[in-house]
Design a protein around this ligand. Sequence first.
Ligand SMILES: Cc1cc2nc3c(=O)[nH]c(=O)nc-3n(C[C@H](O)[C@H](O)[C@H](O)COP(=O)(O)O)c2cc1C
Length: 174
Amino acid sequence: MITIVVGTNRKDSVSFKVALHYAEVLKAKNITNSILNLRELPEDYIISALYENIGKNEQFNKIRDRMNKSEKFVFVVPEYNGSFPGILKAFIDGLDRAKALADKKCALVGLSAGDQGAGLALSHFTDILNYCGTNVLAYRLRLPKIGDSMTDSKITNQLYVSKIHNQAQKLIEF
Ligand SMILES: Cc1cc2nc3c(=O)[nH]c(=O)nc-3n(C[C@H](O)[C@H](O)[C@H](O)COP(=O)(O)O)c2cc1C
């Protein structure tokens, strides 16, 4: 089971559209997968589910369970102010590191409106995942100028399509 984490809680995010595409690619390869959009986090997540409140928010407990049960992950990470979104770090901070992340495997996809494709964001996030014991696939995808590469919410840039296909295959074999 591969969980595709949408690394932002922004409404109508492009990251979610990229996750939908990735899910179809995995499905075509007969790999069971599900999308976990950070938009599903409780609205009061920061104050009701972290630190002294860990375990007390039933809505978030279900999300933690999904992460604990998943064998591999794809994190779709948009570039926000030169790094990854703060909500993604807050999400990681609410997990049980040993059960959710340690000794698991993941692939990273970065996207941006600009020409960096979240390269720095992926490096920052890799450091954190490695600290948590997660093995990150070396083939990290950067999708710069994502707006120019989509039509009607679908990825139409064939180079991106083929890179996602290649990364998904590597993640399956990882
Ligand atoms: C708070 C915020 C900060 C952003 N910072 C950057 C940035 O530093 N560089 C960049 O190229 N795009 C930046 N963007 C644009 C996003 O990379 C772009 O919207 C992209 O579609 C992915 O984000 P999304 O999944 O929220 O749609 C930013 C967007 C937001 C909402």
